[in-house]
Design a protein around this ligand. Structure first.
Ligand SMILES: [Fe+2]
Length: 382
Protein backbone atom coordinates (compact mmCIF):
# COMPACT_ATOMS: atom_id res chain seq x y z
CA UNK A 1 0.00 0.00 0.00
CA UNK A 2 1.22 3.48 -0.77
CA UNK A 3 2.04 5.38 2.40
CA UNK A 4 -0.38 8.23 2.98
CA UNK A 5 1.33 11.52 2.21
CA UNK A 6 1.37 14.57 4.43
CA UNK A 7 2.89 17.64 2.89
CA UNK A 8 2.91 20.03 5.82
CA UNK A 9 1.10 20.86 9.05
CA UNK A 10 -2.00 22.95 9.40
CA UNK A 11 -0.65 26.32 8.22
CA UNK A 12 2.22 27.13 5.90
CA UNK A 13 2.99 30.85 5.60
CA UNK A 14 5.92 32.03 3.50
CA UNK A 15 7.25 35.29 2.11
CA UNK A 16 7.87 38.74 3.60
CA UNK A 17 5.59 39.43 6.54
CA UNK A 18 5.08 35.73 7.36
CA UNK A 19 5.59 36.43 11.08
CA UNK A 20 2.44 38.60 11.13
CA UNK A 21 0.58 35.30 11.39
CA UNK A 22 1.64 35.22 15.06
CA UNK A 23 -0.67 38.19 15.72
CA UNK A 24 -3.65 36.09 14.69
CA UNK A 25 -2.90 33.03 16.79
CA UNK A 26 -5.13 31.78 19.57
CA UNK A 27 -3.50 30.73 22.81
CA UNK A 28 -2.42 31.75 26.29
CA UNK A 29 1.24 30.95 26.70
CA UNK A 30 4.03 30.43 24.14
CA UNK A 31 7.35 28.75 24.94
CA UNK A 32 10.11 29.82 22.51
CA UNK A 33 13.10 27.52 21.91
CA UNK A 34 16.35 28.94 20.48
CA UNK A 35 19.95 27.97 19.91
CA UNK A 36 21.98 30.58 21.88
CA UNK A 37 21.28 34.25 22.38
CA UNK A 38 21.90 35.40 18.77
CA UNK A 39 18.19 35.98 18.07
CA UNK A 40 17.87 37.88 21.32
CA UNK A 41 20.73 40.18 20.31
CA UNK A 42 19.54 40.82 16.77
CA UNK A 43 15.98 41.69 17.80
CA UNK A 44 14.20 38.63 16.34
CA UNK A 45 13.03 37.41 19.74
CA UNK A 46 11.54 40.84 20.53
CA UNK A 47 9.80 40.86 17.17
CA UNK A 48 8.22 37.47 17.87
CA UNK A 49 7.19 38.21 21.45
CA UNK A 50 5.68 41.60 20.51
CA UNK A 51 3.57 39.94 17.80
CA UNK A 52 2.45 37.29 20.28
CA UNK A 53 1.61 40.02 22.81
CA UNK A 54 -0.68 41.64 20.23
CA UNK A 55 -2.61 38.37 20.18
CA UNK A 56 -2.74 38.40 24.00
CA UNK A 57 -0.25 35.54 24.27
CA UNK A 58 2.29 35.60 27.10
CA UNK A 59 5.69 34.15 26.25
CA UNK A 60 8.95 32.90 27.71
CA UNK A 61 12.09 31.62 26.03
CA UNK A 62 14.80 28.99 26.43
CA UNK A 63 18.08 29.49 24.56
CA UNK A 64 20.02 26.52 25.95
CA UNK A 65 19.95 24.39 22.79
CA UNK A 66 23.43 23.47 21.53
CA UNK A 67 24.33 23.03 17.81
CA UNK A 68 23.77 19.26 17.92
CA UNK A 69 20.88 19.18 20.38
CA UNK A 70 21.35 16.68 23.17
CA UNK A 71 18.74 14.69 25.05
CA UNK A 72 19.98 16.43 28.20
CA UNK A 73 18.99 19.90 26.97
CA UNK A 74 15.76 18.49 25.51
CA UNK A 75 14.77 17.13 28.94
CA UNK A 76 15.76 20.43 30.58
CA UNK A 77 13.54 22.34 28.11
CA UNK A 78 10.66 19.92 28.67
CA UNK A 79 10.96 20.45 32.43
CA UNK A 80 10.74 24.23 31.97
CA UNK A 81 7.74 23.71 29.71
CA UNK A 82 6.07 21.75 32.48
CA UNK A 83 6.50 24.72 34.80
CA UNK A 84 5.25 27.26 32.23
CA UNK A 85 2.46 25.08 30.75
CA UNK A 86 2.50 26.52 27.21
CA UNK A 87 -0.24 25.83 24.68
CA UNK A 88 2.06 26.99 21.87
CA UNK A 89 5.68 25.89 21.40
CA UNK A 90 7.83 27.84 18.96
CA UNK A 91 11.14 26.52 17.62
CA UNK A 92 13.05 29.36 15.98
CA UNK A 93 16.50 29.04 14.40
CA UNK A 94 18.32 26.45 12.32
CA UNK A 95 17.61 22.72 12.37
CA UNK A 96 18.98 22.32 15.90
CA UNK A 97 16.52 24.71 17.54
CA UNK A 98 13.53 23.45 15.53
CA UNK A 99 14.44 19.78 16.15
CA UNK A 100 15.03 20.36 19.86
CA UNK A 101 11.66 22.12 20.18
CA UNK A 102 9.93 19.17 18.52
CA UNK A 103 11.66 16.72 20.87
CA UNK A 104 10.85 18.82 23.97
CA UNK A 105 7.23 18.86 22.81
CA UNK A 106 7.13 15.04 22.91
CA UNK A 107 8.49 14.90 26.48
CA UNK A 108 6.30 17.79 27.62
CA UNK A 109 3.16 16.12 26.29
CA UNK A 110 4.16 12.79 27.86
CA UNK A 111 6.00 13.20 31.18
CA UNK A 112 6.00 9.39 31.53
CA UNK A 113 8.75 9.35 28.85
CA UNK A 114 12.19 9.81 30.40
CA UNK A 115 14.96 8.76 27.99
CA UNK A 116 16.05 8.95 24.35
CA UNK A 117 15.27 5.23 24.02
CA UNK A 118 11.65 5.93 25.04
CA UNK A 119 11.12 7.78 21.75
CA UNK A 120 13.44 5.69 19.55
CA UNK A 121 12.20 2.74 17.41
CA UNK A 122 10.71 0.27 18.10
CA UNK A 123 9.03 2.73 20.50
CA UNK A 124 6.61 5.03 18.70
CA UNK A 125 6.02 8.73 19.14
CA UNK A 126 2.76 8.91 21.11
CA UNK A 127 -0.10 11.23 20.20
CA UNK A 128 0.79 14.89 20.59
CA UNK A 129 -1.27 18.12 20.66
CA UNK A 130 -3.09 17.35 23.91
CA UNK A 131 -1.27 20.25 25.56
CA UNK A 132 0.29 22.36 22.81
CA UNK A 133 0.75 22.93 19.10
CA UNK A 134 4.11 23.39 17.37
CA UNK A 135 5.22 26.45 15.42
CA UNK A 136 8.51 26.37 13.49
CA UNK A 137 10.31 29.47 12.27
CA UNK A 138 13.49 28.73 10.28
CA UNK A 139 16.38 31.21 10.16
CA UNK A 140 18.46 29.12 7.72
CA UNK A 141 17.48 27.63 4.35
CA UNK A 142 18.44 24.00 4.57
CA UNK A 143 17.10 21.53 7.09
CA UNK A 144 13.38 21.99 6.32
CA UNK A 145 12.63 20.83 9.88
CA UNK A 146 9.64 23.22 9.67
CA UNK A 147 7.87 20.79 7.32
CA UNK A 148 9.48 17.52 8.32
CA UNK A 149 8.58 14.63 10.55
CA UNK A 150 12.23 14.21 11.54
CA UNK A 151 14.52 15.20 14.38
CA UNK A 152 18.16 14.41 15.15
CA UNK A 153 19.01 14.20 18.85
CA UNK A 154 22.35 13.26 20.36
CA UNK A 155 23.44 11.86 23.68
CA UNK A 156 26.86 13.31 24.36
CA UNK A 157 27.51 11.16 27.38
CA UNK A 158 27.26 8.04 25.20
CA UNK A 159 28.42 9.40 21.81
CA UNK A 160 25.06 8.59 20.19
CA UNK A 161 23.33 10.59 17.47
CA UNK A 162 19.82 9.39 16.71
CA UNK A 163 17.55 10.37 13.83
CA UNK A 164 13.86 9.85 14.60
CA UNK A 165 11.01 10.28 12.12
CA UNK A 166 7.27 10.25 12.77
CA UNK A 167 4.50 12.26 11.11
CA UNK A 168 3.16 13.04 14.59
CA UNK A 169 6.08 15.49 14.90
CA UNK A 170 5.18 17.49 11.79
CA UNK A 171 4.94 21.11 13.01
CA UNK A 172 1.41 22.55 12.90
CA UNK A 173 2.49 25.99 11.72
CA UNK A 174 5.54 26.90 9.62
CA UNK A 175 6.38 30.58 9.22
CA UNK A 176 9.03 31.37 6.62
CA UNK A 177 10.19 34.99 6.75
CA UNK A 178 13.10 35.52 4.28
CA UNK A 179 14.45 38.52 6.24
CA UNK A 180 15.43 36.16 9.09
CA UNK A 181 17.83 34.31 6.75
CA UNK A 182 19.49 37.45 5.36
CA UNK A 183 22.06 37.65 8.16
CA UNK A 184 23.51 34.21 7.42
CA UNK A 185 27.22 34.53 6.53
CA UNK A 186 28.25 33.12 3.10
CA UNK A 187 29.75 29.91 4.54
CA UNK A 188 26.53 29.02 6.38
CA UNK A 189 24.48 29.96 3.30
CA UNK A 190 26.61 27.57 1.21
CA UNK A 191 26.51 24.65 3.62
CA UNK A 192 22.81 24.83 4.56
CA UNK A 193 21.98 25.46 0.89
CA UNK A 194 23.84 22.30 -0.11
CA UNK A 195 21.80 20.42 2.51
CA UNK A 196 18.63 21.67 0.79
CA UNK A 197 19.99 20.72 -2.63
CA UNK A 198 20.85 17.26 -1.32
CA UNK A 199 17.32 16.84 0.09
CA UNK A 200 15.83 17.74 -3.29
CA UNK A 201 18.16 15.50 -5.30
CA UNK A 202 17.93 12.49 -2.99
CA UNK A 203 14.13 12.75 -2.84
CA UNK A 204 14.06 13.01 -6.65
CA UNK A 205 15.77 9.65 -7.18
CA UNK A 206 14.50 7.93 -4.00
CA UNK A 207 13.08 4.42 -4.37
CA UNK A 208 9.93 5.75 -2.73
CA UNK A 209 9.56 8.76 -5.06
CA UNK A 210 6.21 9.25 -6.78
CA UNK A 211 4.71 11.72 -9.25
CA UNK A 212 3.87 14.21 -6.52
CA UNK A 213 7.28 14.14 -4.80
CA UNK A 214 8.93 14.30 -8.26
CA UNK A 215 6.98 17.45 -9.09
CA UNK A 216 8.22 19.07 -5.89
CA UNK A 217 11.78 17.80 -5.90
CA UNK A 218 12.53 18.48 -9.58
CA UNK A 219 11.45 22.10 -9.27
CA UNK A 220 13.34 22.46 -5.97
CA UNK A 221 16.56 21.12 -7.54
CA UNK A 222 16.36 23.58 -10.42
CA UNK A 223 15.53 26.62 -8.29
CA UNK A 224 18.16 25.82 -5.64
CA UNK A 225 20.81 25.34 -8.34
CA UNK A 226 19.85 28.75 -9.70
CA UNK A 227 19.49 30.73 -6.49
CA UNK A 228 22.03 29.18 -4.11
CA UNK A 229 25.09 30.76 -5.79
CA UNK A 230 23.23 34.08 -6.05
CA UNK A 231 22.26 34.04 -2.35
CA UNK A 232 25.87 33.09 -1.52
CA UNK A 233 27.29 36.01 -3.49
CA UNK A 234 24.58 38.59 -2.71
CA UNK A 235 23.42 37.72 0.79
CA UNK A 236 21.49 40.95 1.26
CA UNK A 237 19.26 40.33 -1.76
CA UNK A 238 15.90 39.35 -0.26
CA UNK A 239 14.56 37.81 -3.46
CA UNK A 240 17.42 35.30 -3.55
CA UNK A 241 16.96 34.63 0.17
CA UNK A 242 13.24 34.11 -0.29
CA UNK A 243 13.75 31.66 -3.17
CA UNK A 244 16.23 29.63 -1.12
CA UNK A 245 13.97 29.56 1.94
CA UNK A 246 10.93 28.59 -0.13
CA UNK A 247 12.63 25.86 -2.16
CA UNK A 248 14.42 24.45 0.86
CA UNK A 249 10.91 24.00 2.29
CA UNK A 250 9.61 22.53 -1.00
CA UNK A 251 12.46 19.98 -0.94
CA UNK A 252 11.35 19.19 2.62
CA UNK A 253 7.77 18.54 1.51
CA UNK A 254 9.17 15.92 -0.86
CA UNK A 255 11.77 14.19 1.29
CA UNK A 256 9.67 13.94 4.41
CA UNK A 257 7.37 11.72 2.32
CA UNK A 258 9.80 9.72 0.18
CA UNK A 259 12.99 9.85 2.29
CA UNK A 260 16.58 10.38 1.18
CA UNK A 261 19.64 8.38 0.11
CA UNK A 262 23.24 7.57 0.92
CA UNK A 263 24.59 11.13 0.69
CA UNK A 264 22.76 11.59 3.97
CA UNK A 265 23.82 8.16 5.28
CA UNK A 266 27.51 8.93 4.70
CA UNK A 267 27.16 12.52 5.93
CA UNK A 268 25.48 11.30 9.13
CA UNK A 269 28.34 8.85 9.72
CA UNK A 270 31.09 11.45 9.17
CA UNK A 271 29.08 13.69 11.49
CA UNK A 272 28.83 11.07 14.21
CA UNK A 273 32.43 9.82 14.04
CA UNK A 274 34.37 12.96 13.05
CA UNK A 275 32.01 15.77 14.04
CA UNK A 276 31.71 17.17 10.48
CA UNK A 277 28.66 19.46 10.41
CA UNK A 278 25.62 18.21 8.50
CA UNK A 279 25.49 20.75 5.67
CA UNK A 280 29.22 20.65 4.99
CA UNK A 281 29.27 16.84 5.04
CA UNK A 282 26.44 16.67 2.48
CA UNK A 283 28.11 19.33 0.35
CA UNK A 284 31.28 17.24 0.12
CA UNK A 285 29.61 13.85 -0.37
CA UNK A 286 26.93 14.84 -2.94
CA UNK A 287 28.91 14.72 -6.24
CA UNK A 288 30.47 11.33 -5.40
CA UNK A 289 27.05 9.74 -4.97
CA UNK A 290 25.51 11.43 -8.01
CA UNK A 291 28.31 9.84 -10.05
CA UNK A 292 27.83 6.47 -8.28
CA UNK A 293 24.09 6.58 -9.07
CA UNK A 294 24.84 6.98 -12.80
CA UNK A 295 24.86 3.16 -12.78
CA UNK A 296 21.13 3.16 -11.99
CA UNK A 297 19.32 3.81 -15.25
CA UNK A 298 16.24 5.38 -13.67
CA UNK A 299 18.30 7.75 -11.52
CA UNK A 300 20.58 8.68 -14.43
CA UNK A 301 17.55 9.49 -16.60
CA UNK A 302 16.27 11.87 -13.92
CA UNK A 303 19.69 13.49 -13.51
CA UNK A 304 19.80 13.96 -17.29
CA UNK A 305 16.50 15.85 -17.21
CA UNK A 306 18.09 18.32 -14.78
CA UNK A 307 21.37 18.54 -16.73
CA UNK A 308 19.51 19.26 -19.94
CA UNK A 309 17.47 22.03 -18.34
CA UNK A 310 20.69 23.51 -16.95
CA UNK A 311 22.43 23.23 -20.30
CA UNK A 312 25.19 21.24 -18.56
CA UNK A 313 27.13 18.27 -19.91
CA UNK A 314 25.97 16.18 -16.93
CA UNK A 315 24.75 16.75 -13.37
CA UNK A 316 28.01 15.60 -11.78
CA UNK A 317 29.97 18.36 -13.52
CA UNK A 318 27.33 20.94 -12.62
CA UNK A 319 27.55 20.04 -8.92
CA UNK A 320 31.35 20.04 -8.93
CA UNK A 321 31.37 23.56 -10.38
CA UNK A 322 28.83 24.71 -7.80
CA UNK A 323 31.08 23.26 -5.08
CA UNK A 324 33.98 25.34 -6.42
CA UNK A 325 31.94 28.51 -6.74
CA UNK A 326 30.77 28.16 -3.12
CA UNK A 327 34.25 27.30 -1.80
CA UNK A 328 33.25 23.85 -0.58
CA UNK A 329 36.30 21.59 -0.20
CA UNK A 330 36.20 18.67 -2.68
CA UNK A 331 37.04 15.90 -0.17
CA UNK A 332 36.72 15.08 3.53
CA UNK A 333 40.51 14.98 3.95
CA UNK A 334 40.48 18.76 3.52
CA UNK A 335 38.26 19.04 6.61
CA UNK A 336 39.43 16.20 8.87
CA UNK A 337 43.07 15.79 7.73
CA UNK A 338 43.90 12.82 9.92
CA UNK A 339 44.58 9.79 7.71
CA UNK A 340 45.44 7.57 10.64
CA UNK A 341 42.19 8.28 12.42
CA UNK A 342 40.26 7.92 9.16
CA UNK A 343 41.74 4.48 8.45
CA UNK A 344 41.00 3.44 12.03
CA UNK A 345 37.33 4.33 11.67
CA UNK A 346 36.83 3.48 7.98
CA UNK A 347 34.99 0.24 8.73
CA UNK A 348 32.84 1.88 11.38
CA UNK A 349 31.90 4.77 9.07
CA UNK A 350 31.03 2.27 6.30
CA UNK A 351 28.94 0.08 8.62
CA UNK A 352 27.09 3.07 10.04
CA UNK A 353 26.40 4.33 6.52
CA UNK A 354 24.87 1.01 5.47
CA UNK A 355 22.77 0.78 8.64
CA UNK A 356 21.51 4.38 8.31
CA UNK A 357 17.76 4.75 7.74
CA UNK A 358 18.33 6.78 4.54
CA UNK A 359 20.14 3.90 2.80
CA UNK A 360 17.04 1.84 2.14
CA UNK A 361 15.60 4.38 -0.32
CA UNK A 362 18.88 4.87 -2.23
CA UNK A 363 18.65 4.02 -5.96
CA UNK A 364 21.56 1.59 -5.49
CA UNK A 365 22.07 -0.02 -2.10
CA UNK A 366 25.79 -0.71 -1.74
CA UNK A 367 27.21 -3.79 -0.01
CA UNK A 368 29.95 -3.34 2.58
CA UNK A 369 32.99 -3.43 0.22
CA UNK A 370 31.30 -1.00 -2.20
CA UNK A 371 30.36 1.37 0.62
CA UNK A 372 33.92 1.21 1.93
CA UNK A 373 35.25 2.19 -1.50
CA UNK A 374 32.79 5.08 -1.64
CA UNK A 375 33.74 6.32 1.83
CA UNK A 376 37.43 6.17 0.84
CA UNK A 377 36.78 8.19 -2.29
CA UNK A 378 34.86 10.75 -0.28
CA UNK A 379 37.83 11.11 2.08
CA UNK A 380 40.80 10.96 -0.29
CA UNK A 381 39.16 12.32 -3.44
CA UNK A 382 39.02 10.54 -6.78
FE1 LIG B 1 19.81 17.06 5.56
Amino acid sequence: MMRPMKLAGDKLVFGEGALDYLETMQGKRAFIVMNGDFLKKNGTLDLITSKLAKAGIESTSFDGVEPEPSIQSVLKGAELMNEFQPDIIIGVGGGSAMDAAKAMWVFYEHPELKTLEDITPPNKIPKLRNKAIMVSIPTTSGTASEVSRSIVISDKTRNIKQGIGDMEMMPDVALLEPKLTATMPPKLTAETGFDALTHALEAYVSRRANDLTDTLSEKAVLEILKYLPLAYEHGDNLLYREKMLTYSMVAGLAFTNCSLGIVHSIAHSFGAVFGVTHGLANAIVLPYIVKFNFDCEAAKAKYDVIAEKLGAENLYDAICSLQKRLNIPPRMKDVINDDEKFEKYLDLVSEKSIADGCTKTSPIIPDHPTMKELVKKVYYGE
